[in-house]
Design a protein around this ligand. Structure first.
Ligand SMILES: [Zn+2]
Length: 256
């Protein structure tokens, strides 16, 4: 465990160094559904720089992880943390990049007890601060933003979900008791609504995968907040409001 003061000093040094022009160009070329607001750009770039430097990056299946790939993932994740307290992703220690979709580390078991060995995943988040991503999917989200799917946001939201209680329960660290009460209230109602809609086969704005459990719900609606904020605000105003309050950002307003 690294002492907090040591980490702060190391970060100050890192951020005081001149930027590598290629890294700046990589970040500038990232395309998001909601462009980073001018005023937030320096903070966004600094968070990305710290993530790129401190995370251990590893390629799977023969993938060579380039510096540009690291900054693409770090930049995508960093935009979630602009309005969060400093060090929001300190728990993320390792990012594993696979070339494309991969066999899940724990094959899913359905309600009949059948193990689906043929299942494929595009991302996973583990308790030990490990995130697994399909590079294909990361690139696809950046090439086609605005469709409500972003694997980096999804898996990094799972890491926020773990928070200090270390549970995948759909509840990240919230600042006040009032926020926790409102969170439980709104998230539970919206989650129940989605579960019911999916059960009756209704078409939903939210990805039906969010009905899997509260943790997947939080990850899925986080993708919507950053990728389709206007649609989310229009159809699920309260859900949008609690998410925007948690992330400390108002992406729908930033688009308007
Ligand atoms: Zn998930």
């Amino acid at each position: 465990m690294l002492f907090a003061w040591l980490r702060r000093r190391r970060r100050r040094r890192l951020l005081a160094r001149p930027w590598n022009e290629d890294d700046l160009a990589t970040l500038a070329a990232l395309r998001f559904a909601v462009p980073i607001p001018e005023a937030s750009a320096p903070r966004w770039r600094d968070i990305a720089r710290v993530l790129e430097a401190e995370i251990h990056w590893e390629g799977r299946g023969g993938l060579e992880v380039t510096r540009a790939m690291r900054f693409a993932v770090a930049g995508s994740a960093a935009r979630m943390a602009i309005g969060l307290p400093d060090g929001a992703f300190d728990r993320v220690r390792t990012v594993l990049l696979a070339p494309d979709d991969f066999r899940p580390s724990q094959p899913p078991v359905d309600e009949l007890g059948i193990v689906h060995v043929d299942a494929r995943h595009i991302g996973e988040a583990w308790h030990e601060g490990i995130v697994l991503l399909s590079w294909d999917e990361v690139a696809a989200s950046l090439e086609q933003p605005g469709v409500g799917q972003d694997v980096v946001v999804h898996e990094f939201a799972h890491q926020l979900d773990l928070g200090t209680d270390s549970w995948f329960d759909g509840t990240p660290d919230l600042a006040t008791e009032a926020e926790r009460v409102r969170w439980r209230d709104v998230m539970q109602r919206e989650y129940d609504d989605l579960v019911a809609a999916v059960a009756r086969g209704a078409k939903t704005f939210l990805d039906p995968y969010g009905a899997t459990n509260p943790s997947e719900f939080f990850a899925v609606v986080s993708e919507e907040l950053f990728d389709r904020p206007r649609g989310l605000a229009a159809r699920h105003a309260e859900l949008y409001a609690v998410l925007a309050a948690f992330y400390g950002q108002d992406p729908a307003a930033a688009l308007a």
